[in-house]
Design a protein around this ligand. Structure first.
Ligand SMILES: [Zn+2]
Length: 240
């Protein structure tokens, strides 16, 4: 894949009423994903710009229907839009509760929630439930089943020494015999290999160049290798 063949956002995929739109997945800038069925509206990794993209593309009615947010990890390009989305939902008087699923130990999302709650608690129109997930778990929401799994994502400390792991999850969404697997950010790891295999759609990050030696992301060829074990795949999070 050369530069001209790289993904142009948004990426859209649909099978019956299982629909996914990836508004963006650009390293260090933003990821933003909408998943819907006739009866469910999820957001996955609400990076910066998610509110703008959802408002322009799907409108207020869809935004108000969001029942669950799934966060893969706490890097800013995956959660930068949380504050504005939560605020908008209250301004628009959302009533139904909102669940935020995130990897246990993700201090960024907990800090955002704590600060948000401090500012808006007295006027919030809806309830927010933070749900930390420790590795592998199965969640049921309406007729969608969501399986979380640990992936292998790291970051460099300020000293620039060896990278250390960040709490990170992938999610696999099952709905009426169809499945979508999203690995978030991850180096090559067996749990992602296992969950991507046989999916109707696999969304795999390819954050490293083929020539890169990095423990942080997968190369295009590693990611494509995993993608090809699914019926269809998107490679995302490719450096621009
Ligand atoms: Zn990351």
């Amino acid at each position: 894949m050369n530069k001209n063949e790289r993904q142009k956002y948004p990426l859209v995929w649909q099978k019956d009423d299982l629909f996914i739109k990836i508004y963006s997945s650009i390293p260090n800038i933003a990821t933003g994903i909408l998943i819907t069925t006739n009866s469910t509206t999820f957001v996955v990794d609400p990076g910066d710009g998610i509110l703008r993209d959802l408002n322009k593309d799907a409108g207020a009615d869809t935004i108000l229907k969001i029942s669950d947010i799934f966060i893969t990890h706490g890097h800013h390009d995956h959660i930068g839009g949380v504050w504005s989305l939560l605020t908008y939902l209250s301004v628009m008087r959302k009533i139904s509760p909102l669940n935020i699923f995130y990897p246990k130990g993700c201090k960024e999302i907990e800090s955002i929630y704590k600060a948000f709650n401090t500012v808006y608690k007295s006027e919030l129109s809806y309830k927010i439930k933070l749900i930390p997930i420790d590795g592998s778990k199965t969640i049921s929401r309406n007729s969608v089943k969501i399986k979380s799994f640990k992936v292998d994502h790291k970051e460099y400390s300020e000293s620039g020494d060896n990278p250390s792991p960040v709490p990170s999850l992938g999610y696999k969404f099952f709905y009426e015999g169809k499945s979508i697997c999203y690995g978030g950010d991850s180096a090559y790891c067996e749990s992602l290999v296992k969950h991507a295999a046989g999916s109707d759609l696999a969304i795999i990050e390819a954050g490293a160049e083929n020539s890169d030696q990095t423990e942080l992301h997968m190369t295009l060829s590693q990611a494509a290798g995993i993608g090809r074990t699914a019926s269809e795949y998107f490679l995302v999070h490719i450096p621009e």
